[in-house]
Design a protein around this ligand. Structure first.
Ligand code: ATP
Length: 736
């Protein structure tokens, strides 16, 4: 067994005519499969296609997956699944898996369901294809050449041909990568557009939010300013109120105590005055006056009596007085009457007695006068006068004493009144003082009421401040009041308040609700925009790198293609001349053409409503030129069926030489060859077998002879294909 052997075996079970499990083991570089028509040889080739992931039913001569499953015969019921398992030797790690043997299996069920297994594990089709492509197995159109398809490459369009060659050269991976990059590029471009339009959409929103945020910031600045001012103001106000209140309280207490003191003073004075004043003073004074009058009346009466007595004395001396005249009696009567009157006015019995005593004296005097009325002598009269003189002086003494007493009483009274007056004056002064004090007390109380108003306004201001600047408001109680601040004019503080009011209005005007939310939204939107901007840069740079990758890939493909084509042409020439004993054949890259899209609308343009006359670059395909020996004409068209077959073989072989696949399956590729050409074909098979493992299905003896190993396919009555190893001699028989 050759070291280069890759294909170890294939097991076909329930696939097409292989109703029972059959296995083909490949021990040599060239294996030939022989058998009569319709025995199932092509089914083997198709089993390979199938297991390698072929998706075209047509290329397996079927319509549906179900057609691939053993359909049954009178002897053997139909199957439910068709399975093909291929075993690769992987000691050289041709397949990129860390296994010495790689088993790929594909099963199709009647419902059309497919299953792929890689070393027994279920995998996806694309994993199988990728893995095999890496080992240059599958995909290409020339690795398995189906019956009658040998000249497929000849019949293909230049463009298809180019693709086949690219496949053969192993450029499919690059093409795939290129397509992938182009897809990514398209996607990236779309993303760029999307990102740009997102940013365009964001822009006005961001601008709007920015303006809002600017306003908010302005309002915050104002609020900060207000915070400073307000705290300063509050600190001052609080200090002022506290100080003023304390001062007023002290003053109030002081004035109150003064009021109380003055009150007491006034009371004391009042008491004093009442103490001094005598309620019966007038009565007393009248009593004194009456004493004086009484004394005076006595004096007057005695003087009159004395007058009369002196007159009588004179008469007795000069004339004789005969009788007591009527006027004397009347005078006496009046005097008695006046004495009685006095007695009536007397208050006490004592006084009445005194007055009555005097009345008796009076009467006795009158009587003695009467007796004198008949004076006996002037001596008697003299005695009377003397007695009267004596009485008079007594009466005069009493009058003087009474008068003195009266004067004393009067002067005592004047002293008392003066003292009362003085007290009154003092009281008036005190009362006026009291009024003043009460007045100032009232204004102190009023001032304190005002302070209370200030305090309540202060509290309101604190509350309002909290609403405006939040917790910052509490800073005021930590602020130190500058020296002399309390003695400043209140108008300064009033101005501060007015300034703040103006500030508050400004803040209110700038007022934006939910500022935190707006700021957050601005931040988020800006971040999103910045993110998009960064993404745009990333996308643009990935566009650049994708373009570079695509360009690089194109360059690589181009380079490899040109290089590979040269090699293929060399091999083609060799095989062609070998087959035709001369002549020449080559593949050439067509000249790049440009076509008008407009003209070609019916073909592959979807966008039919465009009037575009744009030109589209048509990827150049591959043209084949052949010239046969001894013939003047050249070109594919003039070739005979056999010549076409030979050319195809030359082409297939040439292509497989450049990048030899691990194995090639040729299904009756030699069918059209005559004996001489069959021999040449067999030689070429041997040549090819040095580079790739070959499985050749043939009816041709020369080809069979080129194989190291032969398998015969037979189909008995039950319609089931069977495989058996045969010798060359048997094979030739079997094949017939
Ligand atoms: P030739 O030498 O004429 O090309 P061949 O050996 O290549 O013949 P195949 O084409 O491989 O023969 O086999 C065709 C046979 O397989 C037919 O007899 C066909 O009835 C049979 N066959 C195809 N599909 C099924 C199926 N699903 N179930 C049973 N038999 C099938």
């Amino acid at each position: 067994m050759s070291n280069d052997m890759t294909l170890k075996s294939i097991e076909i079970n329930g696939f097409k005519s292989f109703g029972k499990k059959s296995e083909l083991i490949f021990n040599s570089a060239i294996t030939s499969i022989v058998g009569p028509n319709g025995s199932g040889k092509s089914n083997v080739a198709e089993a390979f296609r199938f297991v390698l992931g072929e998706q075209s039913m047509k290329s397996m001569r079927s319509k549906r997956g179900e057609d691939l499953i053993w359909g049954g015969s009178p002897q053997l019921v139909r199957g439910n699944r068709a399975g093909v398992k291929v075993v690769f030797d992987n000691t050289r790690r041709l397949i990129d898996l860390d296994f010495t043997e790689v088993v790929i299996e594909r099963i199709v069920y009647r419902d059309g369901q497919n299953e792929y297994l890689l070393n027994g594990s279920v995998v996806r089709l694309k994993d199988v294809i990728r893995l095999l492509a890496g080992a240059n197995i599958g995909g290409s159109g020339y690795q398995i050449i189906s019956q009658g398809e040998a000249d497929r490459i000849l019949n293909a369009s230049p463009r298809e041909r180019r693709e086949m060659v690219e496949d053969a050269l192993g450029l499919k991976l690059y093409q795939h990568k290129k397509l992938e990059s182009e897809r990514k590029l398209e996607e990236t471009k779309q993303n760029v557009d999307k990102t740009k339009s997102l940013r365009r959409e964001l822009a006005p929103h961001i601008n709007f939010l920015r303006l809002q945020v600017e306003k908010i910031e302005k309002a915050r600045e104002l609020r900060d300013e207000l915070s400073v001012r307000l705290n300063d103001y509050l600190a001052r106000e609080h200090a002022y109120i506290t100080q003023e209140d304390a001062r007023l309280a002290q003053e109030e207490a002081h004035v109150k105590s003064q009021v109380a003191h003055t009150d007491t003073q006034i009371q004391t004075l009042t008491q004093n005055v009442t103490g001094i004043q005598e309620p019966h003073h007038q009565d007393q004074l009248q009593a004194f006056e009456r004493d004086v009058q009484t004394a005076r009346a006595d004096v007057a009466r005695l003087e009159r009596e004395l007058g009369r007595a002196e007159g009588a004395l004179q008469v007795t001396r000069v004339t004789v007085e005969q009788s007591v005249g009527a006027p004397v009696v009347r005078t006496f009567a009046r005097e008695v009457d006046s004495t009685i009157e006095e007695a009536e006015r007397s208050n006490t019995i004592e006084e009445v007695r005194t007055v009555l005593g005097r009345a008796r004296n009076h009467i006795s005097h009158f009587l003695s006068g009467l007796s004198g009325a008949a004076p006996e002598t002037s001596h008697e009269s003299q005695q009377q006068v003397d007695a009267l003189l004596h009485s008079l002086s007594g009466a005069q003494e009493r009058e003087r004493i009474a008068h003195e007493a009266l004067e004393m009483e009067r002067s005592r009274h004047v002293t008392i009144r003066e003292s009362v007056n003085e007290s009154e004056r003092a009281r008036i002064t005190l009362e006026s003082e009291l009024r003043t004090l009460r007045g100032s007390l009232a204004s102190i109380v009023q001032a304190r009421v005002y302070m209370a108003t200030l305090r309540s306004r202060f509290e309101d201001e604190v509350r309002e401040g909290i609403a405006l600047i939040g917790a910052n408001i509490h800073a005021w109680d930590q602020i130190e009041i500058p020296d002399g601040a309390l003695s400043e004019d209140r108008t300064v503080q009033d101005k501060r308040r007015r300034d703040m009011e103006r500030l508050k209005i400004k803040i209110e005007e700038a007022g934006i609700g939910n500022s935190d939310e707006i700021i957050r939204e601005f931040k988020q939107t800006k971040e999103r925009d910045e993110f998009l901007a960064r993404e745009l840069i990333d996308l643009e740079s990935s566009i650049e790198s994708l373009l570079k990758i695509i360009a690089d890939l194109e360059a690589t493909i181009d380079e490899k293609f040109t290089e590979g084509l040269t090699h293929i042409n060399t091999a083609l020439h060799m095989f062609f001349t070998q087959l035709f004993s001369g002549g020449s054949a080559s593949m050439t890259i067509e000249k790049p053409r440009r076509r008008h899209v407009e003209r070609d609308l019916d073909a592959d343009e979807v966008d039919t409503d465009t009037d575009s006359v744009e030109e589209e670059e048509v990827q150049p395909g591959l043209a084949i030129s052949v010239s046969l020996p001894r013939k003047k004409v050249s070109g594919l068209e003039i070739l005979s069926g056999g010549e076409r077959a030979l050319t195809s073989i030359a082409l297939i072989f040439a292509m497989s030489q450049v990048n030899p696949p691990p194995f090639i399956i040729l299904d009756e590729t030699d069918a059209a060859l005559d004996e001489a050409n069959s021999k040449r074909y067999a030689d070429m098979i041997r040549e090819l077998g040095k580079r790739s493992q070959l499985i050749v299905i043939t009816h041709n003896r020369a080809t069979m002879a080129a194989a190291n190993e032969l398998y015969g396919v037979t189909m008995s009555q039950d319609g089931v294909s069977k495989l058996l190893s045969v010798k060359l001699e048997e094979a030739t028989k079997v094949a017939k």
